[in-house]
Structure formats: structure tokens, C-alpha cells
Ligand binder design. Structure first.
Ligand SMILES: NC(=O)c1ccc[n+]([C@@H]2O[C@H](COP(=O)([O-])OP(=O)(O)OC[C@H]3O[C@@H](n4cnc5c(N)ncnc54)[C@H](O)[C@@H]3O)[C@@H](O)[C@H]2O)c1
Length: 402
């Protein structure tokens, strides 16, 4: 099942549990606006090349739309649509005053030079500048984009609208980015995990963790779990996987990866077939897409890692799954803090960012649990009913039928 079908299915299940009117259900599902633009740029050799850029603005009932911009050769409008919708529910679950959006350009960023990427980003911004904005739609980095991309968008947008740091988040700190943003998604995943484990009278310390992916999110999760005394017993990325039943020394693995660009050959553990990582015995798996896992808890740090069929099988097996729309909401939550700081023109210290992040993540967990009790459902449906209900309430209060 593709991402759009999977997300829409979860939305519909939540909508039924909430007893939403079928017209409202349909209206909430249809994106507010879909933008598709042609971006033509001269390559460094002078030849012209065209790319297609998208921005799907899903819903703005609760505030400006928010979501990443990805540069990827297979940017598929259906997937962008699903991710935009997920952002609507995610921002509502985290209770930050935003709607949802997502965008991208169908290009291979690794095949473009820095100046070509800059031209492409500027042309894309010129095409959509009057449809995004501080109180309209606030982009952020995603796959294939980074703080530098956001700096170019900010600069290009500001040519039309005046200095507007709050128009994008995930910026470099020197241009108004927030302290703590880089670690925020991983940190949020760990706060979410702690909130979940507390329900079972458990703590990170002493439990075993398997982490799939060792990029921004995975490496921060590993570092913070290790700091709290959790045992990270296996880690994988595209280069391979490493295991150590006594717990991997994560700071050493980070140094090794930094120096060699790979997990292979790390002396603090044995190499492992990355396909076996997901079925490795452990307490907590972060994240997962397979049905025969041996973990007790799965924390969905990645977006949409568990398809609905696997979800059903794992639930029946009694595996507790913390859904993506909550587990990885730390990133967008600190993006919200960045936007608030830009609007206030006042910078917070990192402690304040982390403290507020913990408050939002913990509160969201308790709100999800309340929905689980009210609707007798699992955590995924608890999160979906929480998010969908908030968006539906805002939509009804605004008056949507006129
Ligand atoms: N970065 C954020 O703020 C953020 C926020 C919300 C959600 N997410 C989601 O979290 C996930 C990870 O994002 P990221 O920012 O860490 O990306 P990243 O590109 O920094 O890291 C991805 C990691 O996954 C590894 N990987 C890729 N394919 C793999 C495979 N088949 N098996 C094992 N490892 C594999 C890569 O080697 C890399 O280490 C994505 O699904 C993303 O959408 C990220």
C-alpha cells in the first residue's frame, strides 16, 4: 500500500471512530491547494534544464501550513500529498498552531553543483513566493535539502517581501535558526520513548535498543539513548550494520563514522547483515518496516515505516508501536520554536528549547493516551483521532460550509 493510501486509510479509521460527518471527512482529506511549477535554470555549462517543483498545501484550519521541501529524482505528487496530510495531523498531535504542507523538486541534488542548486532553489522560490509566507506556509528542509537551501529561500523571498526570517525554519543559526533544531527530532523521539516506557514502569536505562538508520535522527537517538544508560546493541545504515550484545560505544561509533563515512570495520562490534537488524532480538526497535520483528516496542522515528498490513500483524503480536505522527514530531515542534523566536526577534538558549520540547512531547503522549482510552484503540489510532479531532474542531468553528 503506498504512503497516500496508507495515510488516508488511517485518517478514515480515525474519522469513523470520531463519528465525523462524511462531507467534513471528504473536505479534510482533499488538499487546500496543489502547486506545480516549472523551474528552468542554466546549468554551469550554459545549457538550459527544466525541473518540476511541487508544493502541496494540505490544510490551514489551525494555522500556517508547515512542512519540508525535498529534492529527489522521484518526487512523486502522491507521496508528497500523503506527507502533506501527515504534517496536518502531526502538527495537531503536537498541538502547535500550524497546518500541513510538503513540497519538492524532481531532481538529483548530488548531480547538481552548488551554484546550480542555488539557482534552482531561487527559481522555485520566485515561482511560489506569493503562495508561501510567515502566516501562510512555512517550508523546512527535508530529504536532499538542508540549512543552506533554507538560507537561499529566505534570501530570495526577502527580495520580494522584505527581511523575513520566519518564512522558513531549519535555517543556519547565523540567519535565525534555533539552537537545538539539529538534534530536535532525535531528542523528541527519546522523550516520546521515555513517556511510553514510563507507562510500562520501564526506563531507557538497562533496556536494549536496535536503531535502523544512522543519519541525523538515528545518530541523535543513539547518542541520547547511550547517554541515558540504554544499551544500543545494533545499528545500521546504507553502508552496513554493526552489533554488540554488551552495547555499542556510541561516541566511538560516531567518531568512526565521521572519519570513515561508514559503519563497516568498526572494531567495537561485529558486522551484521543489515537485513537481519530488523529481526534482531531487543526491547526497543527504532524504526521498522517488517512483520517478524522480535522487539517489544517500536518507535517510528522515520515517516511511514510500517505499512498497514504489517501494522495489523505486529499489533496482533502485542508489539507496542509509537506512531510516526507523534514519535518524530520533535523536529517540527522545534521548527515552531524557531518561527516563534524569529517573530519575537529574541533567541532562546538551548536549555529552554529542550525543556519546552520535552513539555510538548510529554503532553502530547498523555493526550494520545486519553484518546486511546476514550476510543478503546491503539496508540496509532489514539494519535490520529487526537490530530484529526483538533483539525475537525478548528474547521467547524471557522464555519466550512459557506
Ligand atoms: N530530520 C528531521 O528533522 C526529521 C523530522 C521528521 C521525520 N524525519 C524522518 O526520519 C527519517 C530519517 O531522517 P534523517 O533526517 O535522519 O535522514 P538522513 O538522511 O540524515 O539519514 C538517513 C539514514 O538512514 C540510512 N539508511 C537509508 N536506507 C537504509 C536502509 N535500507 N537500512 C538502514 N539504514 C538506511 C542512511 O544511511 C542514513 O544513515 C526519514 O524518514 C525522515 O523523513 C526526519
Amino acid at each position: 500500500m503506498n504512503a497516500l493510501a496508507g495515510t488516508s486509510r488511517n485518517f478514515r479509521l480515525a474519522s469513523r471512530l470520531l463519528g465525523l460527518d462524511s462531507k467534513l471527512e471528504k473536505s479534510l482529506l482533499i488538499p487546500f491547494r496543489e502547486i506545480k511549477v516549472e523551474c528552468t535554470i542554466p546549468k554551469d555549462d550554459g545549457t538550459l534544464v527544466s525541473y518540476v517543483g511541487f508544493r502541496i498545501q494540505h490544510d490551514n484550519a489551525r494555522g500556517p501550513m508547515k512542512g519540508g521541501i525535498r529534492y529527489h529524482p522521484e518526487v512523486d505528487p502522491d507521496e508528497v500529498n500523503a506527507l502533506a496530510q501527515l504534517m496536518t495531523w502531526k502538527t495537531a498531535v503536537a498541538d502547535i498552531p500550524y497546518g500541513g504542507a510538503k513540497g519538492g523538486i524532481g531532481c538529483s541534488p548530488r548531480e547538481l553543483s552548488k551554484s546550480e542548486l542555488e539557482r534552482l532553489t531561487r527559481v522555485f522560490t520566485q515561482k511560489i513566493h506569493d503562495l508561501i509566507g510567515i502566516h501562510t506556509d512555512v517550508p523546512a528542509p527535508d530529504m536532499g535539502t538542508n540549512a543552506q537551501t533554507m538560507a537561499w529561500i529566505l534570501d530570495e523571498y526577502s527580495k520580494f517581501h522584505g527581511h523575513s526570517p520566519a518564512v522558513v525554519t531549519g535555517k543556519p543559526i547565523d540567519l535565525g535558526g534555533s539552537l537545538g533544531r539539529e538534534a530536535a527530532t532525535g531528542r523528541g523521539v527519546v522523550y516520546a520513548t521515555e513517556a511510553l516506557l514510563a507507562e510500562y514502569w520501564k526506563a531507557v536505562k538497562g533496556l536494549t535498543f536496535v536503531i535502523q538508520g544512522f543519519g541525523n535522527v538515528g545518530s541523535w537517538v543513539a547518542r541520547l539513548i547511550h547517554e541515558r544508560g540504554g544499551k544500543v546493541i545494533a545499528v545500521s545504515d546504507v553502508t552496513g550494520a554493526v552489533k554488540n550484545p554488551n552495547g555499542i560505544d556510541i561516541p566511538e561509533l560516531l567518531k568512526y563514522k565521521e572519519a570513515t563515512g561508514s559503519l563497516n570495520g568498526f572494531s567495537g562490534g561485529d558486522s551484521l547483515d543489515p537485513n537481519e537488524l530488523l529481526v534482531h532480538e531487543c526491547d526497543v526497535l527504532v524504526p521498522c518496516a517488517l512483520a517478524d520483528v522480535k522487539a517489544k516496542f517500536i518507535i517510528e522515528a522515520a515517516n511511514h515505516p510500517t505499512d498497514p498490513e504489517a501494522d495489523e500483524i505486529l499489533s496482533k503480536k502485542g508489539v507496542i508501536m509509537l506512531p510516526d505522527i507523534y514519535a518524530n514530531a520533535g523536529g517540527v515542534t522545534v521548527s515552531y520554536f524557531e518561527w516563534v523566536q524569529n517573530i519575537q526577534g529574541f533567541m532562546w538558549d538551548e536549555d529552554k528549547v529542550n525543556k519546552e520540547l520535552k513539555r510538548y512531547m510529554t503532553q502530547a503522549f498523555h493526550n494520545i493516551k486519553t484518546m486511546c482510552q476514550t476510543h478503546q484503540c491503539n496508540l496509532r489510532m489514539g494519535a490520529f483521532t487526537l490530530g484529526v479531532n483538533r483539525v475537525a474542531r478548528a474547521t467547524l468553528l471557522r464555519g466550512w460550509e459557506a
